[in-house]
Design a protein around this ligand. Structure first.
Ligand code: NAP
Length: 236
């Protein structure tokens, strides 16, 4: 299926490894031009080598000024931005009663506000074009909180609430905003957390996000797409 992404311009944050990298590669395979971000410039360059015409913007996505710079880079180079995939590193582990105010604020900044800032920077361009796709990489924890990942649970559900609210404002402009909610995937983060069990292939996750960014996903708005192999148990 042609996803209608040829020539579209995409910004993907936290894209040097894991789910962000897989998403950038999936979008590029569909013909999108891509701006890539992560902190480690060397790792980012390795990904860029696999994508024709890719632009890299090294930097910390939690820096409040960086999201707008990513969008600006796309607009200066290609005159538009069609797709934003906002990803960030995951917060540290911690149970609800053990996490500090500082940790909560840092998690909200990284896993909620940074994504909102990226969307906010791109929306004026998308509105003008009357076409846009925004996807936030979140976690299955928005559906089923994970006891030792309280910081992830609270910051990502805040982002989910923002998504659901913004979707109503964006729909009339041809812009959709959705959440991709990965379950366990075989990435460095998972290995670092020492988690074992059945895992998804990051490449498949990237394809799922590419579909949310497609022309055909035109009427999918304000939705959470679970990519978890059925691990989340619940009827909603
Ligand atoms: P990963 O393999 O550790 O990759 C993280 C990526 O984010 C790297 O490219 C890293 O590059 C970049 N990054 C981290 N902090 C950054 C920052 N402050 N600014 C810019 N880039 C940053 O992680 P992953 O497994 O792909 O996970 C991606 C997201 O999905 C995380 O939020 C994670 O919590 C969530 N998630 C993952 C799973 C899973 O099973 N893998 C499940 C649910 C949710 P640099 O270090 O060079 O910046």
């Amino acid at each position: 299926m042609d996803l209608g992404l040829t020539g579209r311009v995409a910004v993907v944050s936290a894209a040097s490894k894991g789910l962000g990298r897989a998403t950038a590669l999936a979008l590029a395979a569909e013909g999108a031009k891509v701006v890539l971000n992560a902190r480690d410039a060397t790792a980012l360059d390795q990904v860029a080598k696999q994508i024709p015409d890719a632009l890299v913007v090294p930097g910390d996505i939690t820096d409040p000024g960086l999201p707008a710079r990513l969008v600006q880079t796309a607009v200066e180079r290609w005159g538009r931005v069609d797709v934003v995939v906002a990803n960030a590193g995951g917060p540290p582990t911690g149970r609800a009663l053990d996490i500090t105010d500082e940790q909560i604020l840092a998690a909200v900044n990284a896993n909620m506000l940074a994504s909102v800032r990226l969307a906010r920077a791109a929306v004026p361009h998308m509105r003008q074009q009357q076409w846009g796709r925004i996807v936030f990489v979140a976690s299955a924890s928005v559906k089923q909180p994970i006891p030792d990942l309280a910081l992830s649970n609270i910051s990502r559900t805040a982002l989910w609430a923002w998504t659901k609210t913004a979707a109503q404002d964006l729909a009339e402009h041809g812009v959709t905003v959705n959440l991709a909610a990965p379950g366990l995937h075989a990435t460095d983060r998972l290995l670092e957390r020492g988690v074992t069990g059945r895992t998804g292939d990051p490449a498949d996750f990237g394809q799922a996000v590419a579909f949310l960014c497609s022309q055909q996903a035109n009427f999918i708005n304000g939705t959470v797409l679970g990519v978890d192999g059925g691990a989340v148990v619940g009827l909603l």
